[in-house]
Each structure stands twice: as structure tokens, then as C-alpha cells.
Design a protein around this ligand. Sequence first.
Ligand SMILES: Cc1cc2nc3c(=O)[nH]c(=O)nc-3n(C[C@H](O)[C@H](O)[C@H](O)COP(=O)(O)O)c2cc1C
Length: 216
Amino acid sequence: MARRVRLVSVLAAALAAAGLASAQALAPISLPAPMMDGGKPLMSTLKARASTREFSADPLPPQTISNLLWAAWGINRPDGRRTAPSASNRQEIDIYVTIPGGAYLWDAKANVLNPVAPGDHRAATGTQPFPAAAALNLVYVADMAKLNRPATDPQQMLNVGADAGFIAENVYLFCASEGLATVVRASVAKETLAKILQLRDTQVIVLAQTVGFPKK
Ligand SMILES: Cc1cc2nc3c(=O)[nH]c(=O)nc-3n(C[C@H](O)[C@H](O)[C@H](O)COP(=O)(O)O)c2cc1C
């Protein structure tokens, strides 16, 4: 019996190390309702928009994460449409979130981070050193099965890139307004990350974006 328990925990540790441990080891994170008012005036925000690659490791408060995700790709109308446009309103982009404790998939309707993989997967969201040290990384993943034309149509990839780009710009503007640091990134360890996030064959990683407090 003791040997079996030991074997199970060795296996669990190996899976965790590979980023493949069961998501059930993590609890969902219910975020507070987003605050949809406030922020700097638009022109001042645009003046401050910039890419930053130096981050403090301090965690972002849950309220800030909620506000950030709502600004990025939240539902802003009763019919379910969002803060960013999407081609034919296909809403094919999902936002995955990596924080030190694990990787999560954001459910915009419930405003909950649903566990995908326990463990610290921040480094796997990039090929540069800073994603590993920042509070949070967002990963924009398109589900090509949600589109209205074959995934092989080159226009589809252009639309998907544009749709993720709008979300990224919303994040840039939110960060500029809140004094947070951010940079959007095409440099992503896509194969490794797709495995960690347990993506389906129809899902494509488009961009990642690091967010955190600026380095003091
Ligand atoms: C589609 C796209 C991909 C990018 N990929 C990376 C990246 O992988 N790593 C990085 O450090 N910056 C990346 N950037 C940020 C650009 O380098 C940055 O926007 C550019 O240097 C202009 O700086 P600014 O954003 O401060 O105006 C990317 C930007 C875009 C729009």
C-alpha cells in the first residue's frame, strides 16, 4: 500500500514537472466584479502607451486582474459582445493566464479563472527572460473551429491576428491608464506551451502579453 502511494506521488511529481499534472489540483479563482469606471482620459492614456520589458515580481491584486481582463476582452453589452471587435463576431480568441501557481483559462461570462495546469508556467509563455519574472502573462489562443471559413483560408489567419491585436491594444491602454508595465509578444515557445495548456488541434497560439508592476 505504502509503495503504491509512493508510486502515485512520484508519478504526480513527474507529471507536475512536465506541466501535465491534473488541473483538479488547482481550484478555480473567482474574480471580483470588474470596475468599469475611472481610469485616465483617453488622450493621456494614448500618450503613455508603450512597451516595457522590466517587471517587478509583485503579484497583481485580484481586482486589478479582473479589471485588466474585462478591459482586454470583457463582455460590455447585453448581447454578449465584447470590449474588442472580432471578425464576424466569431469571438474565437480565448485568454489563458499564467501566474506563479498555475495556468488558467478565463471564463469571461462567469469572470472565473478555470485551472488548466498547476505549476509555474510563466517562462513557457516566452522565449525572452522577463515573462518568467513578471506577475502575469496572458496568452491569446484562437479556436479555428469557431471561424466561418476553412482554417486554410489565408484571410482567416489575418483575421485572427487582428482580433488578438485588438485585445492586446486594450491591454496596452489599460496598463497605460493604470501605470502598469506590459509588452505584447509573438515570441512564444508555442509547441511547449500548447502542450502545457492542453490545446486542441483546432487551437492556435496567436500572441502572448506580459503584464505586471513596473520594476522599481
Ligand atoms: C505583433 C507584435 C509582436 C511583438 N512581439 C514581441 C516580442 O516577441 N518580444 C518583444 O519584446 N516585443 C514584441 N513586440 C513589441 C514591439 O517590439 C514594440 O511594440 C515595438 O518595439 C514598438 O515599441 P512600443 O510598443 O513601445 O511603441 C511585438 C509587437 C507586436 C505588435
